[in-house]
Design a binder for this molecule. Sequence first.
Ligand code: HEM
Length: 485
Amino acid sequence: MITLILIALIASILYSLLIFRPKNFPPGPPCLPLVGTLPFVPSKNVHFTMVKKWINDYGPVVGLMFGSHPAVAVIGAKQVMEVLRRDEFQGRPYTFNAKHRSFNKRLGFFFTDGPFWQEQRRFTLRHLRDLGFGKKSLEGIIVDEAEVLFKKLLNVEIQRNGFFGLSSINVLWAVLGGVRHSQNDTEFTTLLQKITKLFRTGNPSGDIIDIIPFLRHLFPDVAGYKDRMIGTVCSQNYFRKSIREHMKTLDENAPRDFIDLYLTEMKQNDGTNNSSYTEDGLIMILLDLFSAGAESVANSLDYALLYMILNPHIQKKVQEELDTVVGRSRRPTLDDKPRLPYVEATISEALRINPIAPLTPNHRVLKDTKLDGYEIPKETMVIINIWSVLSDPGHWGDPEVFRPDRFLDCNGKFVKDEWLVNFGSGKRYCIGESLAKNVLFIFFASFFQEFSITIPEGDPSPTTMPQPGFTTAPHPFRMKLKQRM
Ligand code: HEM
C-alpha cells in the first residue's frame, strides 16, 4: 500500500514538472520537464541560430517554452514587421530579472506597458525633444566631445576600440543630468565599465534565473546574474545621488535638464493618488535611457571602424567625399549630411551588417491572438529577430558583403530603405533614434576627416563575429591611427 502511495506521489510530482505546449502552438525545439525548451536555445548569439537553422526546421514563427511559460521567436521580414506593428504584440514581459532590477515594481520603458508606459514615454519623448534631442542645438556638444576625444587619441598611435563610450554618453547625460564628465574621470568611467559588463552578460531572449530564481542563491554567477546586479545597483546609486543634488537647487521655472523637468512634474503631482511620477520611476527611466545610450552608439561606431579597417578602399572613398564637400578647415555638421551621401550610406551599411540589437528587447502578447495561423496565447513572450530582416538575401542580394552602394541610387544620392529597421518600428520604436543618428554621423564623419586607420603591422585581421550579450559588440581589436590634417 505504502509503495503504491509513493508511486502515485512521485508520478504526480513528475506530471506537474511536465510542460505542455498550448494548443495549435507553433512548432519548435523539444520540450523537457521543468525547463521546457531552454536547453535548446543557445545562450550566445541566438539570432544566428534562428536564421541559419530554426527558420528551416520550424518556419518563421517558432514555439518555445521557458519553463511553463510560452514564448515565440519571430524570424523573417513579413512576420517581424507584423509583430512590430500589431497592437496586441506591444506588451513587455515582467520576468524575475525585470522585477529584481527595478525595486520589485514595473518602472522604466524596457519592462513596462499599458497606461503607465504610455504616459512615461509620452512625457519623456516630449521633453527630450524640447531639450534638443535630435536637433541642431545639441550639435555643439557633439562636436566639442569629438574634439576632446581626438586630442586624447593623438597621443597614442595604436589604439584599442572602445574609445567612443564616454564621449557618446556625455552627449546624452548633458541632456538628462546637465553634466559632462572629463575623459580622466575614473569614477564615471568605472561606472561605464560596469554597465558594459552588465550588457555583455545578459541574454536578450531570457535566462535560467527567470525560470528558477532561487538558483541565484546557490550560484550567484549563473547566467551573469552577479555582474548584472552590480552594474544595476551602482548605476541606481549614481542616479539617486544625482537626483538628490538636483533637488537641492531645483528652480521649477528654470529647468536645466530632464531630471529637473521630471522633478517638477513629480512635485506638481504630489498628493495625487497613484501618480506615476516617483523618484524610483525617474531612476529607472534614467537607467533605461543611460544603458541604452551608453552601449548602442559607441558599439555601432566600433562596428563602423571595424569595417573601415577591413575595407580600406571604402574608407578612402569616405575621406574623398569629406575632403570635397567639407574640406579640412572646419568640422562636418548636420547641414552637410545631404551632401555627404556616401558617408551616410557607409554608416547605414555598418548599422545593417552587424546591428547592436539583432533582437529587440522581448515583447509580450496582450491578448489571445493568431500569427501565421497559429494560436498565440495572452502573456506569450515574443522574441523579435531584426537581424533576419537586415540579412534577408531576397531583399539585399548579398547581405554578407559590406557594400555602402546599396543605399545609393544611380545618381549617387542616398536612398532610405524601409528594411533598415535597426531602431524597431511601430509604437515601441527607439526613443533615442534621432540622437543616435546625429551622434553617429558627426563622430564618424569628423573621425575620418581627422584620421586614417589601418590594421597594425603583424596583427591578424580582426573578426566581424559579434560578442554576445543583451546587445552585441565587436570583439576587441586594435587599429593604427594616422592624423590626416
Ligand atoms: C545605434 C543606436 C541604437 C539602436 C540601434 C537602438 C535600437 C533600439 C531597438 C531595436 C529598440 C527596441 C524596439 C522594440 O522593442 O520593438 C530600442 C528601444 C529603445 N531605445 Fe534604442 N537604440 C539605439 C540608441 C538609443 C539611445 C541613444 C537611447 C537613449 C536615449 C535609446 C533608448 C531606447 C529606449 C528607452 C527604448 C525602449 C522604448 C520602449 O520600450 O518604449 N536607444 N532601441
